[in-house]
Design a protein around this ligand. Structure first.
Ligand SMILES: Nc1ncnc2c1ncn2[C@@H]1O[C@H](COP(=O)(O)OP(=O)(O)OP(=O)(O)O)[C@@H](O)[C@H]1O
Length: 806
């Protein structure tokens, strides 16, 4: 029950009890009830949708001390508390708490939280990792609400996890809280509507004083004066305003749904109309997810030239590097085989398919015999003699923050001649070239080659991944030992095709004068090429890379430099010490220029030049190699400058930014995702245009309804003032005619206004307290007042007028 409805109850009582406006009171009562029901139905529908998405209670097996040691007992999930150890059923389940995997592996679908429906592998924490840190161990956490599709046991031990959080404290819980109690958006329209209500209250006070004076001067009794004064207040407040506003939003929500855009927070719809900046994730959003392998660039033997390999010819055999590349591509992934179909990260899938190897999963794997949970081996019979099978003992799944993944692999048979017989255990890693090269043993020969090849391909917009390996001699290695001192193997170059809707959508958004930003975890030059292909940056516009020298000590402030991307030094690109590079501070002269920055430079820039961050984000268009946290920071910085920011992404690495943005839209097959207020089932960015169009339409409609209703009630107030001058008021039927038959249908038909077909540069007004809307209301009032006064005196002077005696 909002204060508005309390006020309506008061008005109805006053009209029916003191004024005998029975018909009018009955109609207003009916209207208020209908509007209240409509609001309740809308809220309930949203709550139900949310409940359907989030509410789930089930039974689970929890470890309890028994007579014969620890036993697993069945209990309801609501009884779980942090510290409980639960067993994850092999057939899968929906997680009811956040829990860290103690043993085994789980294949999880996190689409409910992230919108990304690709199955993810969660592994148990390594025995020797003593300090648990949520950020670093998220690949070991099963999150509440996510669906465990399958588990893999190791050494016949049940898959168990320790509960770390329950209820609203879980990640899902906090996301639901943010939907139920959204952080109040500093939305001008809402703020101004409060100012309007305050202004109307002032008008009501003036009206009351005026009424009291008029009636007192004419000798009216105190009781009548008080009733009329209260009447004036009820006239000033338009009765159908909240109902019409609610209805207009409900219709916008329905229209979005018809276009496969689902909305979990209807309050965000109006905000979409005022967006003036939109951030896009690149891979899977602007470009296709499943990227074909273009070629493989193995690292030559030290000092040798680069050996290139064409994708058509597959991977040639019998080379030290190529053999390891093949094993790496076949084993270093988190793919799972569900009902005979391989699922997982599209990159992993493409790389595995390229090797044409077999993938076998064992349910009952033990570490002691030769069976491991996953075994990969070549398909061709005649190759089996030459190359042994490889069992994947341990996976360190891909993390966007770390930009890499790795596996520990055991050779299941005695290796063939081409391999070192001691290499029974190996580590295979893949990830961004920058990360993998930083974890590899430095070697000037390949480092030079790496930079050249990387720059060559990324400049053409290819997506490049690096591979590495090393033999593992330690029995119980820590994760740092696993992913260090690697031997660099080479690069996998993948095509990066734009989705067919990307270019047209970006053009439409630019025509609508929206600031368009690309924020990606990918390489800067790849991002630049894609940005140019889809017209984030026009051909005639310059791009300046912002770089800072890494300071030698914590006291030095790193020197800030700009360099036009064409002059860009290759060395700098890999993060090699900038003192080696040859950057010159460039003067930015053109008016049409863009800034590009990497995540590493962003971190330095924010800490050493905080005052310049606003300038950077205003001109910044490419934000590459950004971690999920940095994507969120970028959205916050844009908001701090005053932009209304939208974010469109497709994966788990965009979740923070999607939630932080004023309007986040996640491209996901899952309707029931709490990743962002909006979810589009169409896996391309054309939904952004629809969202902005519907948002603008909803905003313009709300604005129109507000203006119309306030102008109407002010006009009625003026009429009432003229009547009170003559110690009378409109009759029951007159009020009925004006409020019910004129105002209500007109204000409700406003809601059916559909959005304009194209996005134009002119955005709808968001400020009610601005010159134009105020001028239009004041002019309307002045004209009406003048007409009414003229009509009053004109009619009064007519000979046929007979004065009614009250
Ligand atoms: N499955 C994977 N295994 C290993 N490394 C990967 C994998 N997927 C991506 N990478 C590397 O990690 C980097 C960061 O990945 P991330 O998923 O954060 O962003 P992205 O997919 O490149 O781009 P976007 O943020 O636009 O989706 C990638 O550029 C790539 O070099």
């Amino acid at each position: 029950m909002t204060p508005f409805y309390v006020f309506q109850v008061f008005s109805i009582l006053l009209w029916s009890a003191a004024e005998s406006y029975y018909y009018y009171s009955a109609c207003i009562f009916l209207m208020s009830v209908v509007s209240l029901i409509a609001q309740i139905v809308q809220e309930r529908m949203m709550e139900r949708a949310l409940k359907k998405t989030v509410n789930n209670i089930s039974t689970c097996l929890v470890a309890r001390p028994g007579r014969e040691g620890v036993m697993f007992e069945e209990t309801s999930s609501i009884n779980l508390v942090p510290g409980d150890v639960i067993q994850i059923p092999s057939s899968g389940c929906i997680m009811q708490c956040d829990a860290v995997l103690n043993s085994g592996t789980a294949i999880v679908n996190e689409s409910m939280l992230t919108g990304e429906s690709v199955p993810i592998t969660k592994t148990s924490v390594l025995d020797n990792e003593l300090v648990f840190n949520e950020k670093d161990h998220n690949r070991n956490i099963l999150y509440c609400g996510t669906c465990v599709i399958q588990t893999r046991t190791v050494n016949m031990q049940p898959v168990t996890a320790m509960v770390i959080r329950t209820g609203f404290l879980t990640t899902k819980g906090s996301l639901i809280c943010s939907i139920l109690y959204p952080k109040s958006m500093d939305f001008k329209f809402t703020k101004d509507s409060y100012k309007y209500v305050a202004a109307l209250s002032c008008v009501a006070v003036v009206g009351m004083v005026y009424t009291a004076c008029c009636m007192a001067l004419n000798g009216s009794v105190a009781e009548d004066v008080i009733i009329r004064m209260l009447d004036i207040v009820t006239i000033v407040v338009p009765p159908a305003l909240p109902a019409a506003l609610t209805y207009s939003i409900a219709i916008a929500q329905y229209r979005l749904k018809r276009n496969s855009i689902f909305c979990l927070n209807s309050k965000s719809i109006n905000v979409c109309g005022s967006l003036d900046a939109f951030c896009f994730d690149k891979t899977g959003t602007l470009t296709e997810d499943g990227l074909d392998i273009y070629c493989i660039q193995p690292c030559g033997s030290p000092g040798n030239d680069v050996i290139s390999s064409n994708s058509d010819s597959g991977i040639p055999l019998s080379s030290y590097y190529l053999d390891h590349i093949r094993i790496n591509m076949a084993s270093c992934h988190s793919l799972v085989c569900l009902d005979g179909i391989f699922c997982g990260d599209p990159i992993d899938l493409k790389m595995f398919e390229y090797t044409q190897w077999h993938f076998i999963e064992y349910e009952d794997a033990t570490m002691t015999d030769l069976k491991t949970p996953i075994v990969v081996k070549p398909k061709l019979e005649n190759q089996e003699k030459m190359i042994p099978e490889y069992g994947v003992l341990k996976q360190m799944p891909f993390s966007s923050k770390l930009q890499r993944m790795s596996v520990i692999v055991r050779s299941q048979q005695r290796p063939a001649d081409s391999f070192d017989p001691l290499n029974t255990f190996s580590v295979y890693a893949k990830g961004s070239p920058e990360t993998i090269s930083s974890l590899s043993i430095a070697h000037t020969g390949w480092q030079k080659m790496l930079i050249q090849v990387l720059v060559h391909y990324t400049r053409q917009g290819f997506r490049v991944l690096a591979l590495a390996w090393k033999p593992l001699y330690s029995d119980v290695p820590t994760s740092d030992q696993i992913e260090s001192s690697l031997i660099f193997l080479g690069l996998i170059v993948m095509e990066n095709k734009l989705k067919k809707e990307t270019i047209s959508t970006i053009k439409k958004l630019k025509n609508a004068d929206l600031k368009i930003v690309m924020v990606t975890g990918d390489n800067l030059l790849t991002a630049l090429n894609i940005a140019q292909k889809c017209f984030f940056i026009e051909r005639n516009e310059s791009v300046y890379f912002i770089s800072l020298d890494t300071p030698n000590n914590s006291v030095d402030i790193p020197l800030l430099s700009f360099c036009q991307i064409n002059e860009f030094e290759d060395d700098h690109f890999l993060g090699v010490s900038s003192s080696e590079s040859n950057l010159k501070e460039a003067e930015v002269k053109q008016t049409k220029y863009h800034f590009a920055i990497t995540g590493k430079m962003w971190k330095l820039f924010r800490s050493h030049y905080p005052d310049l961050v606003s300038k950077l984000v205003v001109r910044g268009t490419i934000f590459a190699r950004f971690s999920p946290d940095q994507k969120k920071q970028l959205v916050e910085e844009l908001q701090a400058v005053g932009y209304y920011v939208g974010m469109c992404g497709d994966g788990a690495n965009d979740c923070g930014a999607l939630k932080t943005a004023h309007s986040g839209i996640s491209l996901s097959e899952t309707e029931a995702s709490v990743a962002s207020p909006f979810t589009s089932k169409q896996a391309n960015i054309s939904c952004v245009v629809r969202l902005v169009r519907e948002g603008r339409c909803a905003l313009a409609t709300s604005f129109g309804i507000f203006k119309f209703m306030t102008a109407y009630s002010m006009n009625q107030f003026l009429i009432a003032c003229i009547f009170i001058w003559n110690l009378t008021l409109l009759s029951d039927m007159q009020f009925m005619y004006q409020d019910i038959f004129m105002l209500t249908p007109l204000s409700f038909t406003f809601c059916f206004t559909s959005s304009y077909k194209v996005l134009v540069a002119r955005k709808p007004m968001i400020s009610l307290v601005a010159f134009t809307p105020l001028l239009s209301i004041v002019t309307n009032l002045a004209l009406n007042l003048a007409t009414m006064i003229f009509m009053y005196y004109f009619t009064k002077n007519q000979t046929w007028l007979v004065k009614v005696q009250f």
